[in-house]
Write a protein that binds this ligand. Structure first.
Ligand SMILES: Cc1cc2nc3c(=O)[nH]c(=O)nc-3n(C[C@H](O)[C@H](O)[C@H](O)COP(=O)(O)OP(=O)(O)OC[C@H]3O[C@@H](n4cnc5c(N)ncnc54)[C@H](O)[C@@H]3O)c2cc1C
Length: 475
């Protein structure tokens, strides 16, 4: 079928002067972290201390683990240590999409965990419902809205794939024609869309993380910032922990350190850092909003393997990110990788192609951050120190919602409970590790090239098929 918008793609030309102008003056600080309400927690402790449970890492995974543990047992002495500031890394820099999927999308889940897929879908929706309920119960002011999502076909072959779907099988999600998609959000590049009202919420991620930290502290969790764990080891039937401040003796330890080097060294080969980048516009004017449509403020993305994601804030800005995630040879986390002008320019160009009538809009912030990529695209779980420590990482860019699920798994594992969650194959089995360098760089760059080619050509290729057979990436 030929669509009016067939000819418009992200390869369309745009004057460079427009792109430079739109980015001029943008700050390289993550927009969400400019929040004045950011709480401050003390450093320390500077003397040896004892805790029943220590949580390492002050992002979503660690915050949920500390809060859930304390709420379940108010007598438990719980501490959380964060090497820098609460939510300074991925948890404060992301797009704020709270997705229900625990499997990084249905296709990935169906192929990798066929036995558990339906259970994982149910647990994912329950997890999102419980996040919403917690936000309400604790009155966390974090702009949480159950907006649903719209995934757009921006290439003709994607539209054809959507139109071939059986409406009954995909209900309550549905496929929109180009005209219907453009009536939701006005862009000449949209050729069709997949609308799902249940599976996504949008949030201001930093406000959510700060709210969780405040709630945990009010419940009695001791939170320490600028407190880095340097090492841990078994000490009798407890765990001895060395920090940059002092030592701790802890009953159990939850390791929620994400992309940073795993404290249980055996889990280091299971993640590599990918850098993802985003832009934030200034607030749109009333006239611009009218032209845009987007009344329902869904979370938006396109249907490619390498996709853009974008959403609106409560003060009518647009966050536009993704597409050009970068793996830097060597696989290290480095502050200088947070800045990548070439990617910001590419994103600005794609933004202007998507919304040509927003030519005058300026970006106020442009930033980046590391994503903990795993070969299964979801978090894996590991134990150590004779079961007194549990570790999770590997969310691969979809951890805002899944981190709460991971926190529950971590607590089950570290307290030795057998539950529905610990019986899941996804929890019990580790994914394949990444090979050492330089093989990792060669493999990842090849996979990225193959994914880009498949996105443009509308068909898979030998490299992707081989990786899928090996359970090493895009299915
Ligand atoms: C640009 C970008 C956009 C994204 N967009 C989305 C999105 O829209 N939706 C989505 O679901 N996901 C998204 N993600 C991914 C999501 O943000 C993460 O999966 C999630 O925040 C992970 O939370 P976390 O707590 O596991 O990790 P983090 O937030 O990284 O927290 C880990 C913490 O551990 C601390 N730490 C590490 N080692 C030590 C140590 N030895 N001692 C003490 N502290 C330590 C670190 O300082 C860090 O603060 C995005 C990520 C990025 C970078």
């Amino acid at each position: 079928m030929r669509l009016d918008s067939d000819m418009i793609s992200y390869d369309a030309p745009k004057p460079r002067s427009l792109i430079t102008r739109s980015l001029a003056g943008a700050s390289t600080r993550p927009f969400w972290l400019e929040d004045a309400q950011r709480p401050v927690f003390p450093d320390g402790p500077n003397v040896p201390t004892k805790w029943d449970l220590l949580v390492v890492g002050g992002g979503f995974t660690g915050l949920w683990a500390a809060l859930l543990a304390k709420e379940a047992d108010p007598e438990l002495k719980v501490a959380l240590v964060e090497g820098e500031r609460i939510a300074w890394s991925a948890s404060g820099r992301n797009g704020g999409f709270v997705e229900s999927s625990l499997t990084h999308g249905q296709e990935n889940g169906r192929v990798r965990w066929p036995r558990d897929f339906d259970t994982l879908e149910r647990l994912g929706i329950e997890n999102l419902d419980q996040i919403e309920a917690t936000v309400k119960r604790l009155k966390i002011d974090c702009d949480f809205h159950r907006t649903g999502s719209l995934n757009f076909a921006t290439e003709p072959h994607q539209a054809e794939e959507l139109f071939a779907l059986d409406p009954e099988k995909i209900a309550p999600a549905k496929v929109l024609t180009a005209a219907e998609a453009q009536a939701e959000v006005n862009s000449p590049i949209y050729k069709a869309a997949w609308l799902d009202t249940r599976t996504n919420a949008n949030v201001n991620p930093a406000k959510l993380a700060f709210g969780l930290a405040k709630a945990a502290a009010e419940a009695g969790v001791e939170i320490f910032e600028n407190t880095r764990v340097l090492g841990l080891g078994k000490d009798g039937n407890r765990v001895g922990v060395l920090t940059n401040r002092s030592t701790m003796s802890v009953g159990r330890v939850v390791l929620a350190t994400n992309v940073y080097p795993a404290l249980l060294k055996r889990y280091r080969p299971f993640t590599v850092p990918w850098y993802d980048y985003a832009l934030m516009t200034e607030p749109l004017s009333k006239a611009q909003l009218k032209e845009l449509g987007w009344k329902n403020r869904q979370g938006l993305a396109d249907l490619a393997r390498q996709f853009h994601y974008y959403r609106m804030t409560d003060d009518n800005r647009i966050l536009f990110g993704g597409y050009d995630a970068v793996y830097y040879p060597g696989g290290r986390v480095k502050a200088r990788y947070d800045n990548r002008p070439a990617t910001w320019e590419k994103l600005a160009r794609h933004f202007l192609i998507t919304y040509p009538y927003l030519e005058d809009v300026k970006f106020t912030n442009m930033w980046g951050g590391p994503i903990d990529c795993s070969t299964s695209f979801v978090a894996f779980f590991g134990r150590g120190l004779d079961g007194l420590a549990a570790h999770a990482a590997g969310f691969t860019g979809l951890g805002v919602g899944a981190s709460r699920f991971a926190a529950r798994v971590l607590l089950d594992l570290v307290f030795g409970r057998t539950t529905e969650l610990t019986e899941l194959e996804m929890v019990r089995k580790l994914p394949l590790p990444f090979p050492p360098e330089p093989l990792a760089t060669i493999g990842i760059q090849t996979a990225k090239w193959a994914a880009d080619k498949a996105d443009h050509e509308g068909k898979t290729n030998l490299i992707l098929e081989t990786l899928a057979k090996l359970k090493l990436g895009f299915v």
